[in-house]
Design a protein around this ligand. Structure first.
Ligand SMILES: [Zn+2]
Length: 537
C-alpha cells in the first residue's frame, strides 16, 4: 500500500498509490488499499500523482485514488501501460490525464521540479525520483537494486544520482525491503546459469512459473528456450497481457515464431516446448494451480514434467505454495524451487546496495521507507554503523501516518495522523465497508441463526410454531434436540408477551432477537448472528 504525500506551501504531490495483500486475510478479503479520506484536508492542494514503477503495491490503488481526487498522473511508458489497464477496468481511461515521462526528464509540477532517474528493479522502466523544492532536493528511491548487468535496459543510473548528490540533497527516502539482507543483491543475470542447466538436463516438458511482472526473468526464459530449441507457450491472463504490453514496447526481445498457442504446443514433442505460467504463489485461480489440479482447460501437468518455481515465497503464501507443490508431486512432476537452485534473485537493494545509494546521494537526512518496521529499523542501524556521518540525529524512523516536516532549521516529526485501510472485494473491485468485515467476522466465529415467527392477524397470537434454522453454529446438530428446545423457548417467549408489545412489530422483532440471543448464549456459550423475521398470517 505504498503511498506518500510530499507538500510544500499549499501544493502537494502524491508518490505512488499501491494496494496491499493482507497476510491475515480478514474474512474473504484479499486486497486492501490506503483509506484516502485523510487527503480530503488537502483536496485543493493536490496537483499530481507520480508513479515510480508498475508493481501492484505501487499502482494498484490508482483508480480508487483518482476516483476521489482526479489529478494528473506521471509515469514511464510501461508503468502507464499497466496503469491504463487498471483504469480501463474501472471505465476511467477517458477521464484521467496521463503524462508519459522518460528517464532524465525534468518536469515542473507546480513548485516542484521532478527529475526522473532510471532505476533497476525486478520490473522494467522504473524510476527513482529527485524532487527539487525551494528548500532542497528530496530523493525517493522507489523500489530499486543496484544492478550493473540487468537483462533488460540499462544499469541503475548512478551517474545522475551522483550529479544530484553533488548539487546537494536534503532528504533521501530509501527502499528498506531488503535492508536485513547482507551484501549486494545479485544481478538479474545471476539466474541464467541455473536456467541453462535445467534446460540442458531436461528432456520432458518444462513449466516455468514466475511473477508476470518479472520482465528480466521472462526474457531469460525466452532466451534459454531459443538456445535449447524450445518454443514458448504463455498461459495465464496476466502473463499473456504483460508479455503483450512488453512486446509492444520492445522491452521483451523474442522472435514471434518462438511463441506458440496452447493447441500448437500440445502437438509438439515434450522437449520442444516450455510453458510460461502464472501462479508461483499457489494462487488457486492461477494457471499453475489449475494445471496441477487437472482443472486447466485442455492441459494438465503429468509425470515427467519439470516445474520451475522462479519466485520468492511472499510471506503469507507458504501454505498455498505447499499445497500446490503437494499436487504437483502427486502428478509425478519434478519440482525445482529457489531454495535448491539459483533461479530467483530479489529486486530490492540489500545492505551493500543501500550503502552505495546513501554514499552516492549523500543526503543530509535519511528516511527509510517501504517495508515493515523491522526492515526500516535495520536500514537505519546499517547506515548508522557503516556510513560515516549518519546517526540518530539525521535518520528518521517514521511509521505510517507520521508527518515529517523540514524547514531551514532541520527536520522533525510533526504529528501522527490516524490512517485506515480500506478493504476491496475481489469480485466486484468495490470498497467494502468496515461494518461488513465486522459482520463477516461474527459469522465466521459464531455462525448464523434465522428465526421466523408467524403472528395471526386477527387474534394477535402466535400462529403455529416458530421456525428456527441454524447455520454453522457449534453445538447444534439434528440429533441433540437443541433446535426443538430453542423453538419451544421462543414460543414461550411470545406467549409471555403483552399484546401491545406483540402489536408493535419492531419491538417484537428486537425482543425475540434478544431472547434467542440470550438463550443460545446461556445454553451453548456462542454468539451467532441472529436474523428475525415476523410474518403476519
Ligand atoms: Zn516493485
Amino acid at each position: 500500500m505504498n503511498c506518500l504525500g510530499l507538500r510544500f506551501g499549499d501544493e502537494m504531490i502524491i508518490i505512488d498509490a499501491g494496494m496491499g495483500f493482507p497476510e491475515e486475510t480478514p474474512f474473504g478479503v484479499d486486497i486492501s488499499i490506503p483509506n484516502f479520506d485523510f487527503l480530503e484536508d488537502y483536496r485543493h492542494e493536490l496537483i499530481a500523482l507520480v508513479l515510480t514503477h508498475g508493481h501492484e503495491d505501487h499502482i494498484g490503488a490508482l483508480a480508487y485514488l483518482l476516483r476521489k481526487f482526479n489529478i494528473p498522473v506521471y509515469g514511464s511508458r510501461f508503468t502507464l501501460a499497466l496503469a491504463e489497464k487498471r483504469l480501463e477496468e474501472f471505465g476511467m481511461l477517458d477521464d484521467v490525464l496521463l503524462h508519459r515521462v522518460r528517464a532524465n526528464d525534468v518536469i515542473e509540477i507546480g513548485t516542484f521540479k521532478v527529475e526522473f532517474i532510471h532505476a533497476s528493479h525486478s520490473l522494467v522502466d522504473c524510476f527513482s525520483l529527485a524532487v527539487k523544492t525551494p528548500l532542497g532536493t528530496i530523493i525517493h528511491t522507489g523500489d530499486y537494486k543496484i544492478d550493473d548487468t540487468p537483462v533488460i535496459g540499462a544499469p541503475y543510473d548512478l551517474k545522475t544520482l551522483k550529479r544530484i548528490g553533488d548539487e546537494g540533497v536534503l532528504v533521501l527516502l530509501g527502499d528498506s525491503t531488503n535492508a536485513t539482507v547482507p551484501g549486494r543483491t545479485p544481478s538479474e543475470q545471476a539466474v541464467i546459469p541455473a536456467f541453462e542447466e535445467i534446460f540442458e538436463q531436461t528432456t520432458g516438458r518444462i513449466f516455468v512459473s514466475t511473477f508476470s511482472s518479472s520482465m528480466h526473468r521472462l526474457q531469460i526464459v525466452f532466451d534459454t528456450a531459443r538456445m535449447f530449441g524450445r518454443k514458448v507457450c504463455v498461459l495465464g491472463r496476466s502473463m499473456q497481457k504483460n508479455v503483450e504490453i512488453a512486446d509492444d514496447q520492445n522491452l521483451l526481445q523474442f522472435d514471434p515464431n518462438d511463441v506458440v498457442t496452447l493447441s500448437e504446443a500440445r502437438a509438439m514433442n515434450d522437449d520442444e516446448i516450455v510453458y510460461l505460467v502464472t501462479g508461483s504463489q499457489g494462487e488457486v485461480r492461477a494457471a499453475l494451480w489449475n494445471l496441477a489440479t487437472g482443472t486447466y482447460k485442455g492441459m494438465e501437468i503429468d509425470k515427467g514434467d519439470t516445474v520451475v518455481l522462479s519466485a520468492r515465497i511472499i510471506p503469507g503464501n507458504e501454505k498455498n505454495i505447499s499445497r500446490l507443490i503437494g499436487h504437483l508431486y502427486k502428478r509425478g512432476a519434478n519440482i525445482i524451487e529457489e531454495k535448491r537452485r539459483l533461479i530467483h534473485v530479489s529486486g530490492h537493494a540489500s545492505q551493500e546496495d543501500i550503502k552505495i545509494m546513501v554514499e552516492t546521494a549523500r543526503p543530509r537526512y535519511l528516511v527509510p521507507i517501504h517495508g515493515e518496521y523491522r526492515m526500516l529499523f535495520r536500514h537505519k542501524e546499517y547506515v548508522k554503523n557503516h556510513v560515516p556521518g549518519y546517526s540518530d540525529d539525521n535518520i528518521f524512523l517514521i511509521e505510517n501516518g507520521e508527518v515529517l516536516e523540514f524547514d531551514e532549521y532541520g527536520g522533525r516529526i510533526l504529528e501522527k495522523r490516524e490512517l485506515f485501510k480500506t478493504f476491496i472485494d475481489e469480485e466486484s473491485s468495490e470498497e467494502i465497508e468496515y461494518d461488513i468485515i465486522r459482520e463477516r467476522r461474527k459469522l465466521a466465529y459464531g455462525g448464523a441463526v434465522s428465526l421466523v415467527v408467524s403472528i395471526d392477524r386477527k387474534t394477535g397470537e402466535l400462529a403455529g410454531e416458530p421456525q428456527i434454522e441454524f447455520q454453522g453454529v457449534a453445538g447444534v446438530d439434528p440429533t441433540n434436540g437443541f433446535a426443538g428446545d430453542a423453538r419451544d423457548a421462543m414460543s414461550a417467549a411470545v406467549s409471555a408477551m403483552k399484546s401491545e408489545h406483540i402489536a408493535d412489530r419492531n419491538f417484537l422483532k428486537e425482543a425475540l432477537r434478544l431472547a434467542l440471543k440470550r438463550y443460545i448464549q446461556q445454553e451453548l456459550g456462542t454468539k451467532p448472528v441472529i436474523v428475525t423475521t415476523i410474518v403476519d398470517v
